[in-house]
Design a protein around this ligand. Structure first.
Ligand SMILES: Cc1cc2nc3c(=O)[nH]c(=O)nc-3n(C[C@H](O)[C@H](O)[C@H](O)COP(=O)(O)OP(=O)(O)OC[C@H]3O[C@@H](n4cnc5c(N)ncnc54)[C@H](O)[C@@H]3O)c2cc1C
Length: 470
């Protein structure tokens, strides 16, 4: 086997055959749902059919078997971020313990426990509904690629151990014995806090299970307007309207239906590549026998995993915001990011001479507090969640339960959390928003080059509890 030379020509050649589509979409024949036409009624309307909306439907069906439930999506079920992500299901509902400790220190232990219970519930619900979703208790290896990250990883292990989580610090040799890269100088193994799913397969199987349970789906049916009426809510769509007792809004990065949420998050594009399937010999050269999830530790980090047919998915690093909160399908194709990701892949695995089969992007809802905000409107007839900031696969189930608690008017452990009661600091309007985000990205990259030292801008943002992440 020959190692690849990473000249720009070789990088371009490795991407030449890549299709601009998520690897997870391959092999699925779409079963299109109807477009909603005319008047429709239901007890619960869910707007958005990503994992947020699908979990809301599954959890609502379990709580209220008698309710009629309808899900509408402006585009196609599970085809936005939910169908195209890395498939890491994190136990954390706060974007990590460090973020919980920085924002809700008194509740950090409770949030950790609730997160672990949510991960267990995630697995239990899939099993109970006969959904496979490619769910695996895979664990995660987080590696250090720069000396200053070793200290940060050691501190994070000590903190996690304090909170009862069995993280294990690995030296360079132990790390490379799991997954071999000359850039890995240490790591942390989390054997239980991360599972893996096959995202689009999971979304499609959730849809099928819900359809069997009587949930109605409509695609290409954007909710355009919410109004209160005597019986509940009325939601207008281009060719009809829906009268609903209650409404869940799970619209993520897309323009918020409630004015109050227009500045709560910003849409940020995240990108990924998938290689051609590796040969046995190529796998031999990198190890990766346990097929755990892999991330590195810089501010601008990568995530990576192996697919069932032996491809390596490699994503992250760039998190791109477009002026004016722009969202558009053409932004899912970003050759300069794909080239950067490919270069970084070959720096990490110089022993692999492979090309890429897929290159794609998707849009996430970034919040200044890196984790979701919850709320209600129209006299608690509407509940919403937004702002999972790139870690919503597991957290969307927790969010579904929280929204249903709020709609049911139930005071629960979830609804009494500061995280649920308090709003996130919104992003500013343009042009300040784009300027602030671009400066933050520049400073994060500078900090990565500078042994993790944070400049004045990042320190000020940290002190204010504000940030930009994916
Ligand atoms: C490349 C990439 C990699 C990622 N990797 C991971 C990962 O490994 N682990 C992880 O936890 N998270 C990851 N994420 C983030 C994760 O995918 C999201 O947090 C999660 O899928 C959010 O689900 P959602 O339902 O809130 O949003 P979405 O999946 O975006 O779904 C929202 C849906 O709402 C619909 N909609 C919006 N407005 C309306 C309207 N007015 N009317 C009707 N429908 C509407 C949209 O069409 C869309 O289908 C990644 C994201 C990307 C893009």
């Amino acid at each position: 086997m020959t190692a690849r030379t990473t000249t720009s020509h070789a990088v371009d050649a490795s991407l030449a055959g890549a299709v601009n589509s998520a690897v997870w979409f391959d092999g699925f024949e779409r079963k299109p749902a109807d477009v909603l036409v005319g008047a429709h009624e239901c007890d619960l309307l869910i707007v958005g059919a990503g994992f947020g909306g699908l979990w809301a439907a599954l959890r609502a069906r379990a709580r209220h078997p008698e309710w009629s439930i309808t899900v509408v999506d402006a585009q196609e079920i599970g085809r936005a971020a939910s169908g195209r992500n890395g498939g890491f299901v994190s136990y954390s509902v706060t974007h990590g313990l460090a973020n919980a400790l920085a924002r809700w220190p008194k509740e950090a232990g409770q949030l950790e426990r609730l997160g672990l219970e949510n991960l267990q519930g995630f697995a239990d619900d899939l099993r109970a509904s006969g959904i496979d979703g490619g769910f695996r208790k895979a664990g995660k290896l987080q590696v250090a690629t720069a000396p200053h990250q070793l200290e940060e990883l050691a501190a994070s292990v000590a903190k996690a151990n304090e909170y009862g989580r069995p993280l294990e610090l690995l030296d360079a040799e132990q790390t490379r014995a799991r997954i071999d890269s000359p850039t890995f100088i240490g790591g942390v193994l989390d054997p239980v806090g991360t599972c893996l799913v096959v995202p689009y397969k999971l979304a499609m199987e959730m849809r099928d299970a819900l359809a069997r349970q009587g949930v109605a789906f409509f695609e290409h049916t954007p909710a355009q307007k919410l109004e209160a009426d005597r019986a509940g809510m009325r939601v207008r769509t281009p060719a009809g309207s829906i009268a609903a007792g209650k409404v869940v809004l799970a619209t993520s990065a897309f323009p918020a239906l409630l004015c109050r949420n227009r500045l709560t998050t910003v849409p940020v594009y995240d990108y990924a590549l998938a290689t051609q399937p590796l040969t046995d010999e190529q796998f031999e050269s990198i190890g990766w026998r346990s097929r755990e999830g892999l991330t590195d530790s810089a501010n601008q980090f990568h995530y990576s995993r192996v697919t069932a047919d032996g491809r390596i998915l490699w994503g992250g690093y760039d998190a791109i915001y477009h002026y004016g909160r722009r969202i558009s399908p053409e932004l899912e194709n970003r050759p300069e990011t794909f080239r950067k990701l490919a270069e970084q892949f070959f720096e990490t695995f110089p022993q692999l001479d492979v090309s890429f089969s897929h290159a794609w992007g998707g849009v996430i809802d970034a919040s200044t507090r890196f984790s979701a905000e919850y709320g209600t409107a129209f006299g608690k007839r509407v509940a919403y969640v937004l702002g999972h900031t790139g870690l919503g696969v597991g957290a969307s189930r927790f969010a579904a339960d929280t929204m249903l608690d709020l709609l049911d008017g139930r005071h629960t452990e979830r609804t009494s959390l500061e995280m649920v009661k308090r709003r996130a600091v919104p992003f500013p309007p343009e042009p300040v928003c784009a300027a602030g985000i671009n400066l933050t990205r520049y400073e994060l990259a500078r900090s990565d080059r500078n042994e993790g030292r944070r400049g004045l801008w990042l320190k000020t943002m940290d002190a204010l509890g504000l940030g930009f992440d994916s």
